[in-house]
Design a binder for this molecule. Structure first.
Ligand SMILES: Nc1nc2c([nH]c(=O)n2[C@H]2C[C@H](O)[C@@H](COP(=O)(O)OP(=O)(O)OP(=O)(O)O)O2)c(=O)[nH]1
Length: 376
């Protein structure tokens, strides 16, 4: 079977990693200098024993290292990643665990863990800014943690087709209704050639009008910008824009990439060039085949040291007005598919922000949608 998971030269050490947090504070241990990857901070965790599941190892390691009992907490899978340190090849199985008020109150002042290791509560902004040196593999975990709990998707242009100037109406609507500081997948889906030629301009106009929002831009627009006559101008715009957070790959684009890859199965920098290589990626998936393809793409990007795949939009969970013909997966089937993904999974399809807790119970790190996620 075609697989681009890293082929290790040594045995793989499977490690369960618990990203434990209370609101915006994240628990880190400090590895002593005699340990592998010593003198660095780490998330609590350790090796998965041969007869253990990753979740069982997570609960055991957290208890052994900190005394915190997370048996009844929801552990949401963030992702799985391989990293070859040269002297050791690890596969990290990473889970996010939110502590309750009582758990935090009980453990917040403990300066050392049960194995004598120093413990700190790191502010999320400082953690993501790199203020705490971590093992190299953890860079991907930090990129995953950038993903917000809510992702807003814009209405397509067709939603405004009854207006005399649909593009102006689209722009005015987004400007007014996008929540402050939201992460926004700017999806326009123009149908006429005239409208398509305006898409990039519309995206830029929206980013200018709402400098607070964080943009997830369609991958084909990013590649388009980087292959036009003005590519230097566009490249500078994309690379220097602090609020362009990721490119987005549709299910169709992903499967096209995967089918091309199968025809020419030697992945290198060039093969993934058209896929927003300067930005992290968010990928849309609907089924097991696309999840497999997304995992392959994520592995290739890791291997090529390109910005990682930070999220998978997996849909539809429930029936939606925007895609009335699609058969919803339902939460149980959605959850089973989400477990197969090697990156954080964003639930989408007929959801509203008040369903966040339910979504995380089924394994979603985030929740996305259109109408319910806009402000009045
Ligand atoms: N716990 C933990 N390990 C990490 C992280 N990032 C990372 O690359 N690793 C690597 C370092 C180690 O090679 C491996 C964890 O092994 P470990 O030595 O801590 O596991 P353990 O406690 O079961 O081991 P041992 O002391 O019983 O030998 O995973 C992280 O954030 N947390």
């Amino acid at each position: 079977m075609l697989s681009y998971q890293v082929q290790p030269t040594s045995t793989i050490v499977n490690v369960a990693v618990a990203v434990i947090h209370y609101q915006q504070q994240y628990l880190l241990g400090f590895r002593n200098k005699t340990q592998h990857q010593g003198n660095r901070y780490e998330f609590v965790g350790g090796k998965i024993e041969a007869d253990e599941t990753a979740r069982a190892a997570l609960i055991r390691e957290v208890s052994e290292e900190t005394g915190i009992n997370i048996k009844d907490n929801v552990a949401v899978k963030l992702g799985r990643l391989h990293h070859d340190y040269g002297d050791k090849h690890v596969c990290l199985q990473v889970y996010q665990v939110a502590l309750t008020d009582a758990q935090f109150a009980k453990h917040q002042y403990e300066s050392h863990g049960l194995e004598g290791q120093p413990l700190v509560w790191a502010d999320k902004n400082k953690l993501l800014a790199g203020d705490y040196p971590l093992p190299a593999a953890n860079q991907t975990i930090l990129a995953w943690l950038q993903l917000p709990t809510h992702l807003v998707i814009t209405y397509p242009l067709a939603h405004f087709s009854d207006q005399s100037n649909a593009t102006a109406a689209w722009l005015a609507y987004q400007q007014q209704h996008l929540p402050q500081d939201a992460w926004v997948y700017i999806r326009i889906k123009a149908s006429t050639v005239n409208e398509q030629s305006q898409e990039i301009m519309l995206i830029k106009q929206l980013m200018d009008l709402r400098p607070d929002i964080n943009g997830v831009l369609p991958n084909h627009h990013i590649s388009q910008m980087l292959t036009t006559d003005n590519q230097d101008v566009h490249q500078a715009y994309i690379q220097n824009h602090p609020h362009i957070k990721a490119g987005h790959l549709t299910h169709t684009e992903l499967m096209q990439w995967f089918s091309d890859l199968k025809k020419q199965p030697k992945p290198n920098q060039k093969d993934t060039k058209c896929l927003s290589i300067d930005q992290p990626l968010i990928i849309s998936c609907h089924d097991i085949d696309s999840i497999y393809a997304a995992n392959q793409l994520a592995a290739i990007r890791l291997k090529n040291q390109q910005p990682p795949v930070i999220g998978m939009l997996l849909s539809p969970v429930l029936a939606t007005q925007s895609h009335p013909d699609d058969v919803p997966l339902g939460w149980e089937a959605w959850s089973a598919l989400a477990q197969l993904a090697d990156m954080p999974v964003i639930s989408l399809g007929g959801l509203s922000p008040i369903m966040s807790q339910q979504a995380s119970h089924y394994g979603a790190t985030s929740i996305a949608g259109i109408r319910e996620f806009l402000k009045d």
